[in-house]
Design a protein around this ligand. Sequence first.
Ligand code: GAR
Length: 267
Amino acid sequence: MSSKIRIGGLISGTGTNMDAIIQACEQGKINGEVIFVGSDNPEAKGLEKAAQKGIPTFVANYSEIIKRFKNNPDKSTLPHDFDLEDIKIKQSLLNRQTDAEKVSTFIETRAIAEAALLDKIKACPFDLLVLAGFMRNLTPYFIDRVNTTPGRPRIMNIHPALLPAFPGVDGYGDTFRYGCKIGGCTVHFIDYGEDSGPIIGQRTFPIEPEDTIDSIKQKGLALEYQLYPECIRLFAEGRLAVVKMTYTDDHGRSSQRSVVNITQIDI
Ligand code: GAR
């Protein structure tokens, strides 16, 4: 049997998904071990739960870092290997109409926070980084420093909606308010956009007339706790291949997209 994968986790809140992943590792459902849990938020409840299990935890306090830079935009605090223009070109978190200064400040503040994150995790080499209710968008500054092998992404995220519908911070709420009759959750690799990377797995649930936002969150979370460990298991088994597909529409225009192929196990 191949060796256990080393999993790092990032959370912002209760960390129930992180807990489900830790349990799946403990129960041998994933051939892996969670080696750290970090957060942007010192109040994240999930940090305590992880620490109780003896897992090292850390915080890179985003709010504090962002506030400090906005109050005193001291460029010498930017990471030494930071290239604003490169990140501006790559990122698709903010659209091209967004005020240029706002874009620069967003990228600069996040890069400082991301450098703090990278600094914390550099002592713990990992195979896979899982975002489990991590409510911060990662910029190309961070992503490029983790995804160092082309075609082999290693940052996964769980999103509370059936992507590509309802990206953003309130997937279940947006699904409910839209009047959808089906809700769901999605696990994907992250790319330079918001919740836009190649999809690994999805689960759905029906939305009944008597459902409320709270009840659909409960239905969704119950599926998240199954789906996320299953997707991580596929990664640990080396069964996730990211391939570039080219599609040509009826007008002859072609576009490219990276998708995940799940390879079967030979029995
Ligand atoms: C989960 O529903 C997760 O899908 C969502 O936050 C919740 C975290 O709960 N993630 C996002 O919205 C990411 N944009 P948890 O902290 O108890 O796992």
